[in-house]
Design a protein around this ligand. Structure first.
Ligand code: HEC
Ligand code: HEC
Length: 397
């Protein structure tokens, strides 16, 4: 998969040229690197509308049910964790820890910690934001298929519907040790069926007999997640023709972002090619076993660059705490110095090796990236959940 990428990219460029797309031809530096500085301009605003898979059309009752399920710890083994514990609206549907604390945790934000005694491990990776996951997989032409949408840092699941069951089954995220992986979904189903409020809500969301099923639970959560959109950043406004939405210096930062080669991977409306790359982010020493990514290759998916205000600390394991640190990281890596001891120089993705970044370009690029923040999204937290448990789990300080 990874090896197949280069010829692919090549064909892609030919295709783009054939279609007459605008090519960006850099001229700043001579030498080997400048060969690689031809970057197609492949960045655009997010669509205004969201698509749903044909087997899960959206309706208001379904979204309302999905929201309640998302905030209800009834889905977790010990009834202490909800999806919203790690994906809370007040932190942009992600959280501020480097790697998450699910089961047996208490508190919110940087104060969240394990209770004592504790035998639950940290979640292996940094929680992604749910904002705009409705668009996961979107390509440079704005095309995407929500039934096949790639999920997770290693792309191991497709679609929001399938994704929704994974955290419930994961020991450290929501399941805990009282139920096995086989037992937990039947247990959750029993709880939902025994709750008359949920039964009524499922009936109004799904027009079928016996609507309380795991499948429909996942569909309701996914339908709700498809409403968590932030597609009106100043960048989006600029790309839709409001030329005053960005300042001169932000436009300069945008040009530099393209010129140094970031859109080789961070492209399309989400600023992600949704592909895997070995770029050697430093390991997180809180983990006993290093996270080796997709099939032990140390490859991870390109994340979106939208809403970096919320997605920090950055990378799959939250190891880099600021955008400046990320840029310094790229400077090292493009010089052929991997930042992860498990990654040898030769396995670094050629696209990251070919970045051409200098310290003085960092400030304007950071300013540009901040234009991709959009804080105008649905932040509604239900006042109560049907189980009567704590809304969003044990997040009280
Ligand atoms: C303990 C914290 C925690 C809880 C609870 C949790 N998540 Fe997550 N979520 C994460 C982490 C960490 C990742 C990234 C995991 C990975 O990539 O391997 C993630 C990834 C995701 C993604 C993928 C986003 C993308 O762009 O690929 C979605 C969607 C998601 N979670 C939804 C949910 C839903 C729905 C629930 C509840 C059923 C939930 N999460 C519960 C921590 C959590
Ligand atoms: C070879 C493809 C590639 C190139 C080129 C590239 N990136 Fe990345 N970027 C990635 C991948 C893959 C990750 C995630 C790596 C990980 O988590 O281990 C990432 C992570 C990031 C993150 C962290 C986002 C988050 O929410 O955690 C930022 C910010 C970022 N890149 C910005 C940039 C900038 C700015 C440039 C240009 C200087 C750039 N990238 C060039 C592939 C690339």
């Amino acid at each position: 998969m990874i090896a197949a990428r280069l010829p692919h990219m090549f064909l892609y460029s030919i295709l783009l040229l054939a279609l007459g797309c605008k090519e960006y031809t850099p001229s700043r530096k001579e030498g080997i690197k400048s060969e690689n500085r031809t970057v197609s301009v492949r960045l655009s605003a997010l669509p205004k509308q969201v698509k749903s898979p044909s087997n899960n059309p959206i309706n208001t009752a379904k979204v309302d049910l999905g929201r309640l399920l998302f905030f209800d710890p009834i889905l977790s083994g010990n009834k202490d964790v909800a999806c919203a514990t790690c994906h809370h609206p007040s932190s942009g549907y992600t959280e501020t820890l480097d790697i998450s604390i699910g089961v047996n945790g208490q508190g919110f934000g940087s104060k969240r910690a394990f209770k004592h005694p504790n035998n639950i491990p940290f979640t292996k990776r940094n929680a992604q934001s749910i904002l705009n996951t409705a668009f996961n997989g979107i390509d440079i032409y704005g095309k995407y298929n929500p039934a096949e949408a790639p999920m997770f840092w290693d792309l191991r699941v497709k679609s929001l519907e399938s994704q929704a069951l994974e955290p419930i089954k994961a020991l450290e995220e929501m399941r805990g040790t009282n139920f096995s992986e086989e037992e937990i979904l039947p247990e959750v189903l029993r709880r939902l069926k025994a709750n008359t409020e949920y039964v009524t809500l499922f009936e109004s969301a799904f027009f079928e007999s016996n609507p309380v099923t795991i499948d429909n639970m996942a569909k309701a959560i996914a339908a709700y997640e498809r409403t968590l959109i932030a597609n009106n950043s100043r960048f989006d406004q600029y790309m839709r023709g409001h030329k005053n939405a960005l300042s001169e210096s932000e436009i300069q930062g945008f040009e530099l972002f393209k010129e140094v080669g970031c859109p080789k991977c961070h492209n399309g409306p989400m600023f992600s090619d949704f592909k895997l790359h070995v770029i050697s982010a430093p390991p997180n020493e809180k983990l006993n076993v290093p996270d080796s990514g997709f099939q032990n290759t140390f490859a991870f998916r390109t994340p979106s660059l939208r809403n970096l205000r919320f997605t920090f600390p950055f990378m799959h394991n939250g190891k880099l705490g600021s955008i400046r640190k990320i840029l310094e990281f790229y400077e090292d890596v493009s010089d052929g110095k991997p930042r992860n001891i498990h990654v040898v120089k030769d396995s670094l993705d050629p696209l990251v090796r070919s970045l051409d970044l200098t310290v003085k370009e960092m400030g304007p690029i950071i300013n540009f990236l901040l234009c991709l923040n959009d804080q105008d999204f649905d932040k509604e937290v239900p006042g109560a959940v049907p189980s009567g448990l704590q809304v969003a789990g044990n997040i009280a300080q």
